[in-house]
Design a protein. Structure first.
Length: 260
C-alpha cells in the first residue's frame, strides 16, 4: 500500500545531500520554540505544532542543529527564546523514495490567541474577497501596538479593515525573550477574507477566514489568480513574520532527510 510505504520510508529516514530532482507531495507550515545559548547554539527544542507525529522527530532533530548569531544585549552575550517558523515538505525523488525537507523561514514571537475577524455583511452578500497586510509591534506583555495596514487587495477595503481591527484588539502573542526578559518585536502578517469552500484545501494548507455564504449568480466574482497575487497575499492567513528579530540564523542550506 502506498501510504504504508511512505510511513516506512520516513521512519527509516537518513541524512542525505542528494541533488536529484524532487517533487513536493505534502507541505506543512509549523512553528517550534527554541532556546538558544550564548554561543548561538540551540540548547532546547520544543514540539512542532500541527504536524503528523511521524514527522516530529525529524523536524526536532533538524532544528536542533541550526546555528544562530550569538544573541547579545547591550553588547553582552545572552540567552534567547524564540519561535522558529519552518516549511516542512514531504518530497518524492525520481527513484520513488520519500524524504522530509525542513526549510527555515524566520523566527520571532508566536501567537497565543487569535479570534477570526467577522466577515463584513456586505462582503458576504456581494461575494467580495480581500487581502490585507498588517504591520504591528508585539509588546513585552504580548499585546499588539502600532497596528496598521501597509498593503491591501480587494474591494471595500475599509469594511474589511474595520472587521480586522475589531478582532486584532483581542489578539495576543508570546514575546521573544533575551536573558529571560520579554522584548518588543516588530511583525508583519496578512489577513485573508475568502468565501471559498474549505473542502478543496489540500493537506497542510490552512483554511482562511471563511463564511458559509455562497455567491449568487448575480454577484459572483471570479477569484484573482494566485500567480497574480504578491507573495504576502499567498501566505497562510495570519502567518507571523518578525521584521527585526534580535536572533539571526547563520546562513546555510536547508537540512534535508531522505528515505534510504
Amino acid at each position: 500500500m502506498k501510504t504504508a510505504s511512505i510511513v516506512v520510508l520516513m521512519v527509516l529516514a537518513a541524512a542525505s545531500s542528494c541533488a536529484m530532482a524532487q517533487t513536493v507531495v505534502r507541505d506543512y507550515h509549523t512553528s517550534v520554540q527554541l532556546k538558544v545559548d550564548t554561543r548561538g547554539q540551540v540548547a532546547q527544542v520544543g514540539t512542532p505544532s500541527g504536524l503528523p507525529a511521524m514527522l516530529v522527530p525529524t523536524v526536532r532533530d533538524t532544528v536542533a542543529h541550526w546555528r544562530f548569531k550569538a544573541p547579545t544585549e547591550h553588547g553582552v552575550a545572552v540567552t534567547a527564546t524564540t519561535w522558529a517558523y519552518v516549511d516542512v515538505q514531504v518530497v518524492q525523488r525520481k527513484n520513488k523514495q520519500y524524504g522530509v525537507r525542513v526549510v527555515y523561514e524566520n523566527n520571532g514571537p508566536k501567537w497565543s490567541y487569535k479570534r477570526a475577524p467577522r466577515y463584513p455583511a456586505r462582503g458576504r452578500q456581494m461575494h467580495q474577497m480581500a487581502n490585507l497586510l498588517f504591520q504591528a509591534t508585539v509588546e513585552p506583555d504580548g499585546s499588539l501596538a502600532d497596528v496598521h495596514v501597509v498593503h491591501s487587495l480587494g474591494k471595500d477595503i475599509v469594511a474589511f479593515k474595520r472587521a480586522s481591527m475589531a478582532a486584532l484588539r483581542t489578539w495576543r502573542a508570546l514575546p521573544m525573550r533575551l536573558n529571560g526578559k520579554p522584548v518588543a518585536t516588530h511583525i508583519r502578517f496578512a489577513i485573508h477574507f475568502d468565501l471559498a469552500d474549505c473542502s478543496g484545501v489540500g493537506i497542510g494548507q490552512p483554511c482562511r477566514w471563511l463564511s458559509a455564504a455562497k455567491p449568487t449568480a448575480k454577484h459572483a466574482s471570479k477569484p484573482v489568480a494566485s500567480r497574480s497575487k504578491p507573495a504576502w497575499a499567498r501566505t497562510p492567513s495570519s502567518q507571523l513574520v518578525a521584521s527585526d528579530s534580535p536572533l539571526q540564523r547563520l546562513s546555510g542550506e536547508a537540512h534535508q532527510r531522505t528515505g534510504s
